[in-house]
Ligand binder design. Structure first.
Ligand code: HMG
Ligand code: MG
Length: 312
């Protein structure tokens, strides 16, 4: 294995991608405490919520209250999902400084998720991104269904490239390439990244793996080998997309940090404090958190550090 990356940026998506799928109502204060604890664990980019239609995703309805009450320490970034101009207006009103716009590489998923075709989503996002930039907001882009679509099956990597390039053309500082339903496998991931890298530098790409079929960490290694150094993950492995049937949680942040520590790759995250952050949200859920590292801690009673690479 040849990996030249020595530092990884983790974009923590638990409070948004994680919680959006939960059916039980989680008190706003619990979300605020969870995000605060994630920051205490060393995460510097934490997706704090979504200004989407509250009828479509009720769990995100309190995003403005959550955002207003989280610590705004220097160096912290709290992107919030914005699907259209109405969402951007809500973000501006709330004082948000960083947004994420989201579209997909497959038409049917996009229609079900945001009620727009891919082209319509770009017509919608062009003025949103322009206004956000005029307001000096940072704009991140997502391309969903990059490794497969729950409705259409295979997705051509060329389509992933086209959609990613269009997001960058709108002024996104980074595109997060999403395996929304967790179907990707390492060689496929390297194939898609190889095509993206023909046009887009690795510094503008992030990978967003869901662990539905247990391939998220293997896919992360495959992406690290290709020079990708930004990964989305969700504490405890919370998550899924309400419009992607069968999609389960994101790659667990603890599992990712454990893997990185074992390879002496710095993420700035304190694993023990991260486990504490997951235990802030766990009591509010109606199921156990699926993250493997977290489950191992629960069974053994204490977090365990990976062996230093020198000992392996
Ligand atoms: P629509 O029904 O087509 O919207 O929904 P519309 O423009 O026709 O408006 C209908 C009504 O909604 C109007 O109200 C609007 O004001 C209101 P009325 O006049 O009828 O009273 N409305 C809004 N209200 C609040 N906030 C808004 C908003 N926009 C319109 N922003 C819409 C279109 C995009 C809003 C809807 O489809 C939606 O909210 N979708 C969100 C879906 C979502 O959140 N999905 C999960 C996140 S994506 C994901 O998880 C994937 C990701 O993790 C990456 C990966 O894994 O691949 C990012
Ligand atoms: Mg997702």
């Amino acid at each position: 294995m040849k990996i030249s990356v020595d530092t990884v940026k983790i974009v923590e998506v638990g409070p948004r991608d994680g919680l959006q799928n939960e059916k039980v109502i989680i008190p706003t204060q619990a979300k605020i405490d969870y995000i605060t604890a994630l920051g205490d664990a060393g995460l510097r980019v934490i997706e704090a919520g979504a200004f989407v239609h509250p009828k479509w995703v009720p769990q995100m309805a309190d995003t403005a209250d959550v955002y207003r009450n989280i610590p705004k320490d220097p160096g912290m970034e709290y992107p919030v999902l914005v699907p259209n101009m109405k969402g951007l207006e809500r973000a501006i009103e709330t004082g948000v400084t960083s947004i994420a716009i989201f579209t997909a590489a497959s038409e049917t998923f996009n229609k079900r998720n945001i009620n727009m075709s891919i082209d319509e989503s770009f017509e919608n996002y062009a003025p949103v991104a322009a206004r956000a930039r005029a307001e000096e907001m940072r704009v991140r882009g997502y391309v969903s269904t990059a490794m497969g679509c729950p409705y259409e099956g295979e997705v051509p990597p060329e389509k992933v490239l086209e959609v990613s390039a269009r997001l960058l053309d709108l002024g996104c500082y980074e595109v997060s390439v999403g395996d929304t339903i967790g179907v990707g496998t390492p060689l496929q991931v390297q194939g898609v990244i190889g095509i993206l890298l023909q046009v887009i530098p690795p510094s503008k790409l992030a990978m967003h793996f869901h662990d539905t079929r247990g391939t998220a960490l293997a896919n992360t290694l495959a992406a690290l080998e290709m020079g990708i150094s930004t990964f989305d993950a969700s504490a405890g492995g919370l998550g899924g997309c309400p419009y992607a049937p069968g999609a389960s949680g994101n790659m667990a942040t603890e599992d990712l940090v454990y893997l990185l520590e074992g390879m002496a790759i710095d993420s700035g995250v304190d694993l023990k404090k991260l486990v504490e952050a997951s235990s802030v949200i766990a009591p509010y859920l109606d199921h156990p958190l699926p993250g493997r590292y977290l489950q191992a801690c629960t069974k053994s009673g204490a977090p365990v550090a990976p062996q230093s690479p020198a000992l392996q």
